[in-house]
Design a protein around this ligand. Structure first.
Ligand code: ZN
Length: 63
């Protein structure tokens, strides 16, 4: 069985794990040092932070 869960299931699983401790998000763009750390946030807030971390255009300096 390939491990291809729907995104919402992945978020739910992650939420279960990180409620027990700190969670760190990193930007996927090479060279970008953005990190977001959080714990004990709501699932909505976690989703918002994940979206922010993955959206490089929202934290990069545009020229
Ligand atoms: Zn970035």
């Amino acid at each position: 069985m390939p491990n291809l869960k729907p995104y919402t299931d992945q978020v739910s699983d992650a939420y279960t794990r990180f409620t027990a401790g700190m969670r760190t998000l990193r930007c996927p763009v090479p060279g970008c040092t953005l990190r977001i750390r959080y714990r004990n946030v709501t699932q909505d807030e976690a989703g918002r932070l994940t979206a922010l971390a993955n959206d490089h255009t929202r934290h990069s300096v545009r020229k």
